[in-house]
Design a binder for this molecule. Structure first.
Ligand code: C2E
Ligand code: MG
Ligand code: MG
Length: 706
């Protein structure tokens, strides 16, 4: 009669078994669907001792006897399993297993097992560790066996069977002198002794680093009956001196005469090895369940081989979520994690059969598209991927918007091996980011040159300060009322030995990224202050020099004291110095910046908001800071002669006045612009109309003969 066990029953049963609990529900269902169910009649043999098999069996109903030389040494009932160690360790079966009654089993073959467990290394590990769980069971069986056998006075031969029916090492030794009574064959084999050599030996002879005192300390709780079992993790030492890691469980048998300790050791080298090579074993991302970098790189290589043979093209799409860090930091890691899961799901649902998706890094995903006939297919894919992100993700009950930047490289045009394709896709992705994010970008060789140039530029920048390659230029500021030059803005220039003059727009961002802006900013301040001193000492009339301060410099706790020192050392008045800061300084870390700005203002230094209108452009909060001037960005000056633009700029000037701020208009290039600015009430102008930024000598001339 065939036992009728429903799919759901089987599922429940697997769920109740510890190792299967580690598998996702979907995989459990697959396992139940795929695996054969077998029914055994009473007495039928499942496998014999010494057999080699690659299958484990889960008991769905009925009962199995685990036998050794015709003695039953253990039983396995519903929800228990047999044969798992063989599956993993490839060792012959250590016992004979027969049906005790009519029994129904789920047969899980090694291949099925690995398909489902390989994606979950924890499950694999846990299964390996069940060895120790089985040890506990063996110990119980051993206890019982000893009692029964003693009663039957058949101690010697049968005890051997019991001891030998296990992949664990077992040793029994007397509790007074610690001499071994018995070692099972596995222990003798593993330790590399002959059985007659172990007679006078003690457990600490085989436990690396163990002494009698330490051992007594270890087993004291057993003697005092406070625990039933003591577990020790350490090393066994073989006869030849080599060691291997073991987990040993000790029990105390006080009722024996004489009382004995039983040690049951499991060689855990495999587990340790597995832990060691864990990284290479883990092919899947824990959070999203997607293949990880490791696996996708293997797949990319085999995909490239196939493409080579079939003369097809392969595309690599490297994707990075835009501003994920901001979401993660501001909304918390749970939201971040759930967002990543949502993104993974959405892309997975979108993927077609020629796409392989993987999680590449923290917030990076990768898709390999194979069998491409035309480039345009890839562009279509990239466009539709971007569209996926139009809709927000529902994360923890709230909608979260996020964009995606995609870098694309194709085989064979952009690289012939995996690493070249990935590198180039990464370069293209960075270009997509710097072009404004939420877009895709196909690699081309000029990007590579650009990336290389940037790298060399970064190296050169590090040397520039030491080699005195920087110069400070000065651009005059004109007060409209008095029509006089009241000061200059100091602007850095880099005289590159081979490239010539490099624009600050090209190297300031790099200097900020590499923190070189700190010493560079200090050099600018010192040079500017020395210049004012020179001008004032030679009797030239000038109110101040404005120096640009990068937001990075506000991150430095000693900014205020550094500026103070320079003022003191150069002997100028604080009012001679103006600092230009951008709105981002006020917005990003308002609290610490406020303190620093208040200190600077208290000293008497003038403060200006630079490039107003290009950032947050909120006038209301400016009130919270001790500012003196507002520099209107040249974008608001450019078309000021057109009425509409003039009214916008007029509004800014008006509001600045209300906040008691003087306005400095940047980028004034024509007389017309100057006159409109005068008419709407701007105070100061700066721009090519007066002069481009010029070296100190030229600026001196300008001051001397206006
Ligand atoms: P910024 O502070 O807004 O400086 C004004 C920029 O506008 C300067 O560019 C200047 O040459 C340019 N400019 C001035 N008048 C006109 C004009 O009439 N028409 C046009 N089209 N442009 C004009 P520059 O010198 O290339 O500096 C660019 C930016 O680099 C500066 O913008 C500033 O943010 C930064 N920078 C320059 N020197 C330093 C420095 O020493 N430290 C820091 N942290 N940043 C600096
Ligand atoms: Mg400026
Ligand atoms: Mg500016």
């Amino acid at each position: 009669m065939k036992a009728s066990i429903t799919h759901d029953n089987k599922l429940d049963l697997l769920r109740s078994i510890e190792i299967f609990q580690l598998l996702p529900e979907k995989k459990l269902e697959d396992l139940v669907d795929e695996c054969r169910e077998i029914t055994m009649n009473f007495g039928e043999v499942l496998f014999k001792e010494g057999d080699v098999g690659e299958t484990m069996y889960v008991v769905l109903s009925g009962e199995l006897n685990v036998e050794n030389e015709n003695s039953v040494i253990a039983m396995r009932g519903r929800g228990e399993y047999v044969g798992e160690m063989t599956l993993i360790e490839n060792q012959p079966r250590t016992a004979t297993v027969k049906a005790a009654i009519e029994t129904c089993l789920l047969e899980i073959h090694k291949d099925q097992f690995l398909t489902h467990f390989a994606s979950n290394p924890q499950a694999l590990m846990s299964l390996l560790k069940t060895g120790s769980h089985r040890s506990r069971e063996n110990l119980k069986a051993l206890d019982q066996g000893m009692k029964i056998l003693k009663a039957q006075k058949k101690v010697n031969s049968d005890l051997h069977h019991l001891l030998d029916d296990t992949t664990n090492e077992i040793y029994i030794f007397d509790a007074e002198f610690y001499h071994f009574f018995n070692l099972n064959s596995r222990a003798i084999k593993n330790l590399g002794y002959e059985s007659n050599e172990t007679v006078k030996m003690m457990p600490f002879d085989v436990m690396s680093g163990m002494t009698q005192e330490k051992f007594e300390e270890l087993v004291r709780p057993l003697r005092s009956n406070t625990v039933e079992e003591v577990v020790f993790n350490g090393f066994h030492r073989r006869k030849d001196g080599s060691t291997y890691p073991v987990e040993i469980r000790f029990k105390y048998q006080e009722t024996e005469t004489p009382p004995v300790f039983i040690g049951m050791a499991q060689d855990i080298s495999k587990i340790k090895e597995l832990e060691h090579i864990n990284d290479s074993l883990i092919f899947f991302d824990d959070l999203t369940g997607l293949p990880n970098k490791h696996l996708i790189l293997k797949e990319l290589n085999s995909e490239l081989l196939r493409a080579k043979m079939e003369n097809k093209s392969v595309a690599v799409l490297l994707m990075d979520l835009d501003d994920f860090k901001i979401i993660n930091d501001s909304m918390g890691h749970t939201v971040g994690d759930n967002l990543l899961k949502g993104v993974a799901e959405r892309i997975k649902d979108w993927s077609s059969s020629n796409c392989r998706l993987a999680k590449y890094g923290g917030d990076e995903f990768i898709i390999i598209i194979s069998k491409i006939k035309h480039e345009v297919q890839v562009e279509h894919k990239a466009t539709s991927l971007l569209k996926l992100f139009n809709e927000p993700f529902q994360v923890n009950g709230q909608p979260v918007h996020i964009g995606l930047s995609i870098g694309i490289s194709s085989y064979p045009s952009d690289g012939r091996d995996g690493s070249a394709l990935l590198k180039n896709a990464d370069t293209a992705m960075n270009v997509a980011k710097s072009n404004g994010k939420n877009q895709y970008c196909h690699f081309n060789s000029s990007m590579e040159t650009h990336a290389k140039n940037r790298l060399t530029l970064e190296g050169d920048l590090r040397k520039a300060l030491v080699q005195n390659e920087f110069a400070l230029y000065y651009q005059p500021k004109l007060e409209l009322d008095s029509e006089t030059i009241i000061g200059f803005e100091a602007l850095i220039r880099w005289n590159h030995p081979t490239r010539g003059l490099v624009s600050p727009l090209d190297f300031i961002p790099m200097a900020e990224k590499t923190k070189l802006i700190i010493p560079m900013g200090e050099w600018v301040l010192r040079t500017a202050c020395e210049q004012i001193k020179t001008w004032l000492d030679t009797g030239l009339s000038i109110q101040n020099i404005a120096v640009n301060i990068s937001p990075c410099q506000f991150g430095q706790s000693d900014l205020v004291s550094m500026i103070q020192n320079i003022i003191q050392e150069t002997g100028i008045h604080p009012e001679n110095l103006e600092l230009e800061i951008t709105e981002s300084v006020l917005m990003e870390d308002a609290k610490s910046a406020t303190i620093q700005l208040k200190q600077l203002s208290a000293i008497g230094i003038k403060l200006s908001i630079d490039d107003f209108g290009t950032g947050y452009s909120s006038l209301s909060y400016l009130n919270n800071f001790p500012l003196n001037n507002l520099k209107i960005d040249r974008a608001f000056v450019k078309d000021i002669t057109c009425e509409e633009d003039a009214s916008l700029t007029k509004a800014i000037v008006g509001m600045a006045k209300a906040l008691n701020l003087k306005t400095i208009a940047e980028g004034v290039e024509t007389k017309e612009q100057k006159e409109v600015l005068r008419s709407i009430g701007a105070d100061i102008i700066q721009g090519y109309l007066l002069s481009k930024p010029i070296p100190a000598e030229e600026a001196t001339k300008l001051l001397s003969c206006p």
